[in-house]
Design a protein around this ligand. Structure first.
Ligand code: SF4
Ligand code: SF4
Length: 326
């Protein structure tokens, strides 16, 4: 997947989610996967988790564990009303995120101890706002927690939406006639062993980005024209599977299914709606963005824009829509 860093279009209006924008959805909107995904988008977990966090912090609970969370949720009314939205079974909504919640709530509790807070700030909780200023500790932890919650929630939503589409755009390089020369799927180092492909890294590649104006050269040829593809390249920001024109991922089978679906790389689990509450920059800095990115090449993004707008709004995020490939 191409880097999403340069997304640019912000759409502030929120159309009604009752009417999908495209009458030509590739999938029956009533199919069970889409119905489940739409239900998740209409009742995102973050507002409930934020409320629970505020309650825990304001009541001074320390060293919160699973039992405490369970007990606190059981005291919630059912349905729970937040900002005019009714949440049925709030405990079921929170359960998949308990470990993220506990980890971050306990960071917030440590804030009461100035010494520990300082060391945490040094370690991991430095987030800058758009002006380069450090955010207050509480807001920074909340932003990191929201990013982690949305990553997990959108992994589920994207998988539900993608599976009935019968589409494999994400697993192929650009078509011959496309303007783009390559398509990039960032990989973690532990994921390299999933691919039996050459890994190209040298003193030049590790100081470059695939989007540099002067391209990285392999044997004197721009990497996107090199015949031995697909390949993995180590860039400044890390490893990426590079799918060049007409390439397909080696794990895409003849039925357009991923042959390693259960162990596929993280990036493949997160198309094509992606949280940018926090962005990690190339310098490993965390920047608060408060955005949600959706890639409009994707058939389910095209068909479900109003629901995605609404989901962004319920999470307090601006929606960016971007065309990646065409
Ligand atoms: S690993 Fe699977 S999901 Fe990821 S690009 Fe390859 S075929 Fe597609
Ligand atoms: S473009 Fe959308 S539907 Fe197609 S493979 Fe990617 S995520 Fe799935």
């Amino acid at each position: 997947m191409k880097s999403r860093k340069d997304a640019s279009l912000t759409l502030p209006n929120i159309p009604s989610p009752d009417k999908p924008s495209s009458p030509t959805s590739p999938v029956d909107i009533q199919c069970k996967e889409w119905k489940e995904a739409i239900a998740l988008m209409r009742r995102p977990a973050w507002p409930v988790i934020r409320l629970l966090t505020i309650i825990v912090i304001s009541t001074g609970h320390k060293d919160i564990g699973f039992k405490d969370i369970k007990r606190l949720i059981s005291e919630f009314p059912d349905p729970l009303e937040i900002d005019g939205m009714e949440y049925r079974y709030p405990q079921r909504i929170i359960e998949p995120y308990c470990s993220i919640l506990i980890n971050n709530i306990n960071k917030l509790n440590i804030d009461a101890n100035a010494e520990d807070a300082d060391s945490l700030l040094e370690m991991s909780v430095r987030v800058t706002d758009g002006n380069g200023e450090f955010m207050p500790y509480y807001e920074a932890v909340m932003a990191i927690m929201q990013q982690e919650i949305l990553l997990r929630e959108l992994e589920r939503i994207n998988s539900l939406l993608c599976s009935p589409c019968g589409c494999d755009i994400c697993c192929k390089g650009p078509f011959k006639e496309d303007e783009h020369q390559f398509f990039e799927i960032p990989l973690r180092q532990e994921e390299l062993s999933l691919f039996d492909l050459p890994v190209i890294e040298n003193n030049h590649s590790i100081k470059m980005s695939p989007y540099d104006m002067a391209p990285f050269l392999i044997k004197g040829v721009p990497f996107y024209k090199y015949p031995d593809s697909p390949m993995i390249v180590r860039w400044e920001k890390g490893y990426s599977l590079m799918l060049l024109k007409n390439d397909r991922c080696p794990h895409l089978d003849t039925n357009s299914r991923c042959a390693i679906y259960d162990t596929r790389p993280d990036t493949c689990k997160r198309p094509q709606i992606f949280p940018y509450v926090i962005e990690e920059t190339g310098d490993l800095e965390l920047v608060h963005k408060a955005k949600l990115l959706a890639i409009t090449d994707c058939p389910y993004v095209k068909a479900l824009k109003p629901y995605i707008h609404r989901y962004a709004s319920l999470n307090g995020l601006d929606l960016m829509l971007r065309n990646n490939k065409f």
